[in-house]
Design a protein around this ligand. Structure first.
Ligand code: SF4
Length: 87
């Protein structure tokens, strides 16, 4: 069985590993905190792996792969998805 540590082995190469965790998992989010976290993600060599993992795992908190929780929700459920399912 593949463990979580193996599944996120790429995280040891993440640009955020030496950053303040509060930037990525804030108690109260702000536009400035999101901007700073996304700037770090933008220079990260494992952004694709990180984003794919967060979407696959349904991570609800924090910034992963340069996406906020709301952005991840939107990418899983694109605008109008309810309308197309009912028609
Ligand atoms: S993409 Fe962002 S959250 Fe993911 S490992 Fe890189 S810096 Fe960290």
């Amino acid at each position: 069985m593949k463990g979580v540590a193996a599944e996120i082995g790429w995280a040891s190469r993440g640009a955020c590993r030496t950053s303040d965790p509060e930037l990525f998992f804030p108690l109260a989010s702000s536009a400035e905190q999101v901007r700073r976290a996304k700037a770090i993600c933008g220079a990260c060599q494992v952004i694709s792996e990180c984003r794919a993992y967060a979407l696959r795992a349904g991570e609800r908190e924090g910034i992963w792969g340069g996406l906020t929780p709301e952005e991840r929700r939107r990418s899983r459920f694109p605008q109008g998805w309810r309308g197309t399912a009912a028609s």
